[in-house]
Design a protein around this ligand. Sequence first.
Ligand SMILES: *[C@@H]1O[C@H](CO)[C@@H](O)[C@H](O)[C@H]1NC(C)=O
Length: 457
Amino acid sequence: MYKSLALASLSLFGAVSAQQVGTQQTETHPKMSWKTCTGKGGTSCTTKSASITLDSNWRWAHLTSGYTNCYTDNAWNTTSCKDGAACAKNCAIDGADYSGTYGITAGSDALTLKFVTKGSYSTNIGSRTYLMESDSKYQMFNLIGKEFTFDVDVSKLPCGLNGALYFVEMAADGGMGKGNNKAGAKYGTGYCDAQCPHDIKWINGEANSAGWVPSSNDKNAGSGTWGACCPEMDIWEGNSISTAYTPHPCSGNGLVRCEGTDCGDGDNRYGGICDKDGCDFNSYRMGVKDFYGPGMTLDTNKKMTVVTQFVGSGSSLSEIKRFYVQGGKVFKNSESAISGITGNSISDAWCEQQKTVFGDTSSYKAKGGLNAMAASLARGHVLVMSLWDDHAVNMLWLDSTYPTDKDASTPGVGRGTCATSSGKPEDVEANSPNAQVIYSNIRFGPIGSTFDEAAAK
Ligand SMILES: *[C@@H]1O[C@H](CO)[C@@H](O)[C@H](O)[C@H]1NC(C)=O
């Protein structure tokens, strides 16, 4: 929902990303299989071999010849990067040591992302990865009329962390060939999301170095003049305390490099091209406080299966439904227990009830609601799997009382049981370095094909 800034963090000799291709480290994508399903009940699924790649923001960026950094800690080298185009020409992004530097391991059908990884030259915080179809192309998904299912283990994700599995309308080739982008999807270029993030280092083959301001509270990140906007479908944002699923439509197609008011920054949050709030379904926020959490109906001490159905056809969508499977039992999503809001799934009508009762601005409707989301999904989305902490608002929008100056009993304000003082990056990085999320057993197919819906209680 408030996803933005945060993200990157690495100082390999204090370094990070670029647009030519470096050769100091071979890029070997960790392998992770997933399944496509047909028929009913999850019984006829076929395994597909695949791999993941690491986002370019996390990668070492250095002069194409040699080891001199183009970006150190949270600042650009102003000699090699006197403007964005020159920077992308002079600098290369290199291959990644996935487990040693970034704490990323894949095996069989599972991906584990560790939170804090101390390498020999650097400390890495979190990561963002994309599912690949080939070594140089992202796997594209059209979710309409389909069901997307995966298992998640959030048992080691405390307050303030967000293990996120979601879709964004990135280009399949990562924008290869745009500007000076010679790296492409293989090196994780082309990211965008509905927060129009300004911390993206390379956009459309240029460095985002103009007007770059180093972050005041993140020693590895900063923000440039440009933001990278695109529609986003959050299937899963969660930790062991709270979770939400959230469509975020935008008025543009694919990646739009924004500047000024279009980015919807600060007080102009609702004046940009994307719906930054989205229409979120968080069971706790919807008044059901014993559904999801440690020892609850869905026990976050254990792995669970998350099913999301995109009811619709062509380029239209009427509803986004959620089921869970755990311990052999199939659960319907919890029904809203808030007076004036009925239902257990996302539709435009449900969203309008929710915005009205909670007193929230409906930028979701203003940006086109499910119609706009469907048009975007029909153009194709890339699967993102990430782990992050939140340098802007400590993830309180997901797992605590937010806004913090309101009473938790006010409808829409209580989102989880985490304290309003929790989730500060310096605290979670110091106290929970071994936090991790595991995504596994991804299944995709027509509605009803990935699990036994008839068994739902
Ligand atoms: C910045 O880049 C220039 C070359 O463009 C290089 O000579 C210089 O050493 C770099 N500075 C740092 C601090 O790495």
